[in-house]
Ligand binder design. Sequence first.
Ligand code: GLU
Length: 312
Amino acid sequence: MRPLRPLRPCRPARTRRTVAALLLALLAAACGKEGSPPVKGPEIDKLPVYKVDTGFRLPESGTWRKAKSRGHLVVGAKEDQPYLGEKDPATGRYSGFDIEIARMMSASLGFDPKTIRFRTIASANRETALQNGQIDYYVGTYTINDLRKRQVGFAGPYYLAGQSLLVRKDEKNIHGPDDLAGKKVCSAAGSTPLQRIQNDYPDADPVAYDTYSVCVDNLLTLQVAAVTTDDTILLGYAAKVPEDLKIVGRPFSEEPYGIGVPKGDNALRFALDDAIAAHEKNGDWKRAYEATLGLSGVPAPKPPPIDRYPAD
Ligand code: GLU
């Protein structure tokens, strides 16, 4: 396997003039410059309010007990994924569909969602963060799979995404993953899309960074030919600069999104499974989707069945 390139700091690259303007807009959002709120992001007053289950108790869960004595939940998330998990650099506020899922779960566990402390955790660091007790749970485009289940637990799934490809608008030769031979394709370290490219498309030339926003920066500056990850994530980037980026082909994997919990905390996992089911049933899930990810133009799908696998 080729060594992964070193991570680049989050700062404007030396760019060609043609892409400088959009890069600035994109990087300003990613790097936390003043005056760069998420483009077409969710409006706070349109977000649902979740009923806090004040009498809820879960003493069998070590994670819940610890949070209870602390007084709030600490939740891992992404901060640079429009519509899903995005941090407003001006206010420090997180927004997006994953953030709403995290807030619903908090309400069901008896914690006012306003009190959640979000922590940005990159794809490659999720398992360690859960294992070290840095976070109580994680909501951030986190695909459930057997390999990860050896290290963490998963409630859900609460959404089904699929791997796709993002290219520049003027790209003529890439229509799907079979066209990636000899082409640089960027994804996040520790992600399932990167693994799939490495395993199933050995003629492609994978490049990995910490975050997808750095990949998109590389795509706009012509350093890579494509960015690959879940369609949900790519939709958000494409929406930021629709005149320069497009998604091609059909999704070529299934990425069921779960809520990561510390392995062995079955009580917490089952409580979250119940909470997801309840919020799907009472309409919160759909309202949250429509106020966030639905802004990308894709109507709310039916949520996937919950996989309540046996205690481990
Ligand atoms: N859903 C994929 C994963 O969990 C890609 C998105 C991400 O890196 O968060 O690896």
